[in-house]
Design a protein. Structure first.
Length: 345
């Protein structure tokens, strides 16, 4: 089998054979095989064992025929290596024993040295590059989203503590953003050196900020991150949820691909960011529980909008969840591959 580089070509706005598709959280509990592996290993253990991590990463590629693999890991893995005592509870999320409160706490954080601190993650990437016939996406959490866990101590609905620090202790917030921003650049560069062929920055919870606050408290860090990744030689992707109002700020970032959530139609997203960016998205993952006709109709509408300009990758507006059927995703992947085949621009 030859290497399927449609995903990378779409990231570069080059011609593709079919619309490339992958799914956020494409490895996970909706797969019986994953659940079986989870009976034996915790999430952290899977991330720590290169052979198992590679196997889990490969599962959806084989099962769904998607056009890209995403490294099986978690956004909190490098944070743990920086000295934060984090555990991940399935069905809940990351739990932190020593949340960040002061500049002292920020100074205590180690600067990440990926090859020394996360040799197993780097090894997983190397194994995957040998085995895969589709591109491998590396990833990192973005500073705001990581900071929200580090400050709140776990998942949060309103991010009050995070925002309190942001508004009331700018020196602590600034120090934390700087520290995490450097980590993201270092971590992603190492992933690429080990074999990752694209990188996605997950800023899942950034939509809790207004555009003005985003610009003031987070944008400078994101600007530094993507500027720092400019010469990395692989496409960069930035994704968040509830980002409709932030897209007009995101358009100033030197990033290649913007992940759009399902609330913003892709033509509206393009109006907000301009035609320079490749778009990725944006089926509501909840729709995967709808009857097939509803899924197909929505996928058609999304793909038609996506293909209005060169540079489009099909994905969901957020990650898969355990109730989704493998068969639905197989059918959807096949549909995306077939739908505009032959009429691509
Ligand atoms: O297939 C893939 O997408 C790669 C693996 C991956 C995981 N986490 C594994 C995982 C990726 C890319 C992530 C990113 C991640 N982790 C994000 C950003 C993306 C997003 O979904 O918003 C966030 C916010 C986290 C933090 C996190 N980890 C949460 C909130 C949870 C709990 C959610 C849940 O459904 O249980 C986790 C646990 C986690 N990370 C699981 C997986 C597959 C859950 C399954 C398990 O416990 O086995």
């Amino acid at each position: 089998m030859t290497f399927n580089d449609n995903f990378l070509r779409a990231c570069r706005k080059q011609a593709v054979d079919h619309v490339p598709v992958w799914y956020m959280r494409q490895a996970g509990r909706y797969q019986p095989e994953y659940r079986k592996i989870r009976e034996k290993y915790s999430l952290m253990e899977i991330c720590e064992l290169p052979e198992v991590g590679a196997e889990v990463t490969l599962l959806p590629v084989q099962q769904l025929n998607v056009d890209a693999a995403i490294l099986f890991s978690d956004i909190m893995i490098p944070v743990k290596a920086m000295g934060i005592d984090v555990d991940i509870k399935g069905g809940y999320g990351p739990v932190i024993a020593n949340p960040i409160k002061s500049v002292h706490d920020v100074r205590q954080l180690r600067d990440l040295e990926p090859e020394a601190d996360l040799p197993n993650t780097m090894e997983t990437i190397r194994i995957l590059r040998r085995e895969l016939k589709v591109p491998l996406i590396g990833f990192s959490g973005a500073p705001f989203t990581l900071a929200s866990y580090m400050i709140e101590g776990g998942p949060s609905r309103n991010y009050y503590k995070t925002k309190q620090m942001m508004y009331s202790a700018p020196e602590v917030w600034g120090a934390l953003m700087d520290k995490l921003g450097s980590m993201v650049v270092t971590y992603l560069k190492s992933q690429v050196a080990a074999g990752a062929q694209a990188v996605q920055v997950f800023d899942s919870w950034i939509g809790s900020l207004s555009p003005a606050d985003y610009r003031q408290y987070v944008f400078p860090t994101m600007q530094k991150i993507f500027a720092g990744l400019r010469d990395i030689g692989v496409p960069t992707i930035y994704f968040g949820i509830n980002t409709g109002e932030l897209l007009t700020v995101w358009k100033e970032l030197p990033v290649d691909v913007i992940g759009v959530d399902w609330r913003v139609p892709l033509d509206a997203a393009r109006k907000r960011v301009g035609s320079e960016f490749v778009l990725q998205g944006n089926l509501d993952p909840a729709k995967l529980l709808a009857p097939w006709e509803v899924i197909e109709q929505n996928a058609k509408e999304i793909i038609d909008l996506g293909l209005e300009q060169p540079g489009y990758i099909f994905n969901l507006g957020h990650g898969l969840f355990p109730e989704v059927q493998v068969e639905t995703l197989q059918k959807l992947t096949e549909f995306v591959h077939q739908y505009r085949n032959g009429v691509l621009v």
